[in-house]
Write a protein that binds this ligand. Structure first.
Ligand SMILES: [Zn+2]
Length: 397
């Protein structure tokens, strides 16, 4: 053994002791000089723009985007620019592979090691708000924090997931999810919304294994709600929606019974159908997963006295709803909780939920009904706005 070989071995041992990989991990091909982003440049108009990829700072990462789901929030921005962000690179339900990593970046937000080649998702970018921390259970949801894909365009440009690459800056919460497949990783963000909602529901003390639960609205949020309830052992679930196809999917996700509101004229008949689905009982607990004010007004009629309600359908302002405080809330002593986004703790819980859902055979990955390449992002959004599918995703090959 000569000196050079000896030196190499010593270096490897020292690197190993420092927790660094002794050999360079394999990256997915060379990183190009420039890459594309899908810039929303006007209402309902994305343009692919090419920019030079920046040098990575010691606290940053460069991630090769593999895919990103289209969220309701993205669709609102695309249609009307309510956040005033245009020009903007959208996309926050994204995932990809680390191709460059700054020397100060060692671990993800849950303490798992991070290396080149790992698959990650991001959650919020923490500012200086001490109220939003990782492990304070339900202390505060992350609403109001910055998120990649909802940031104004800047000189780097690679700050949203609808792109070939994204630059992850210091302060971002990042999770190593290399043990999940691409479809599951794209579904993490919407699933975290339901993990949080069910945690909120549990805080009422009403939700139990044998509870009769009604889930109103069978879009992606309602369907994931059913899957979360099912994975935690709740079996007596009735799904309410107006589309037979969605109700069928709800059954495959774990709903025991379904009620199509279009088959029942008026709220009394509809409430009667929900009651029949539980063998002559009203629901112990209800989840309201639509953005319709009428649906909010209706759902109280499905719940027994002493029951509970989690309202999570109004992700944005959908207008006012009318209820009768005496009959709907007070005299029945309903316990009502609202839910919005998630805590960072819920985000980490979501990874295990996805594994459990897949393990018990729930068709959770079928929520992704359409996949488009980045260059077809305009078509992807048109499909999303037409509400033809469930979850629409942009996938980079
Ligand atoms: Zn979202």
């Amino acid at each position: 053994m000569n000196n050079t070989e000896l030196e190499q071995i010593v270096r490897q041992v020292i690197a190993g002791m420092q927790g660094q990989p002794a050999s360079a991990p394999k990256a997915s091909g060379p990183v190009p000089k420039s890459a594309r982003v899908a810039m929303l440049t006007g209402i309902e108009k994305f343009e692919l723009q090419e920019y030079t990829l920046p040098e990575i700072g010691d606290d940053d990462m460069l991630v090769k985007v593999e895919g990103c789901g289209i969220c309701g929030t993205d669709a609102h921005e695309y249609k009307r620019d309510p956040f005033g962000l245009i020009p903007v690179v959208l996309g926050h339900e994204g995932t990809g592979e680390i191709v460059k990593i700054g020397k100060n970046v060692k671990k993800d937000s849950a303490g798992k090691p991070l290396n080149i080649g790992d698959k990650i998702v991001t959650s919020v970018i923490l500012k200086d708000d001490p109220e939003i921390t990782m492990f304070d259970l339900n202390k505060q949801n992350v609403g109001g924090a910055d998120v990649f894909g909802l940031l104004p365009d800047d000189e780097v440009h690679f700050n949203g997931w609808f792109a070939d690459y994204i630059v992850i800056k210091k302060g971002a919460t990042v999770f190593n999810v290399s043990d999940l497949d691409l479809d599951s990783r794209i579904l993490i963000e919407p699933c975290a919304v339901l993990i949080h909602a069910v945690e909120r529901a549990k805080s009422t003390g009403i939700l139990r294994f044998n509870s009769r639960v009604v889930v109103q609205g069978c879009g992606p949020i309602g369907l994931i709600c059913i899957a979360v309830l099912r994975t935690m052992g709740i079996e007596n679930i009735t799904a309410v929606d107006g589309e037979e196809k969605r109700l069928e999917f709800a059954k495959r996700m774990g709903a025991d019974k379904t009620v199509n509101f279009k088959n029942h004229n008026g709220i009394e008949a509809l409430a009667g159908a929900v009651k029949d689905s539980f063998g002559g009982h009203f629901a112990d607990f209800a989840f309201q997963c639509t953005g319709s004010p009428v649906a909010h007004s209706n759902i109280y009629k499905f719940i027994r006295s002493g029951g509970g309600l989690c309202e999570l359908g109004f992700f944005i302002n959908g207008g006012d709803a009318t209820i009768n405080p005496h009959f709907d809330l007070c005299s029945k002593e309903i316990t009502l909780v609202g839910s919005w986004v998630y805590t960072l703790r819920d985000y980490a819980t979501t990874f295990d939920f996805l594994k459990r859902a897949i393990a018990i055979g729930l068709p959770i990955k079928e929520l992704i009904t359409h996949k488009y390449p980045l260059e077809k992002i305009n078509d992807a959004f048109v499909t999303n706005v037409k509400m033809e599918g469930l979850k629409i995703a942009v996938i980079n090959e």
